[in-house]
Design a protein around this ligand. Structure first.
Ligand SMILES: [Zn+2]
Length: 110
């Protein structure tokens, strides 16, 4: 049983909106839609839930490396399959430049 905690390492949420406008169109491309389906077919379960031994169907594809509009990263990945709640929580924090550190029940980072 792991307890998730989040450590802020200097995110800059204010800078996001400009970038977001620029790359939102990437998510609307046929290329992304097929890439997304390929990933979800390969790994249909939420990989972050699986780390905690919870089995949840994945519905989102998250960029492991925040692409910030960089098309090379956007298309090459790596990607992780996640469920909606995980993506909303941990995914957005990572996109804001924050590092996710998880702590075990003993209080030490894992
Ligand atoms: Zn999940």
């Amino acid at each position: 049983m792991l307890i998730e905690s989040y450590v802020a390492t200097g995110g800059r949420p204010d800078a996001r909106s400009e970038e977001a406008r620029a790359y939102r169109r990437l998510y609307k491309t046929a290329r992304w839609k097929s890439l997304r389906i390929t990933k979800l077919t390969e790994q249909p379960l939420c990989e972050w839930c699986l780390e905690q031994e919870i089995v949840t169907p994945a519905s989102e594809v998250h960029h492991v490396v925040p692409h910030k509009g960089d098309e090379a990263i956007f298309w090459s990945g790596p990607f992780v399959s996640t469920c909606k709640p995980c993506h909303a929580r941990r995914g957005q924090l990572e996109d804001h430049g924050q590092t996710v550190v998880r702590f075990g029940a003993d209080g030490w980072p894992v």
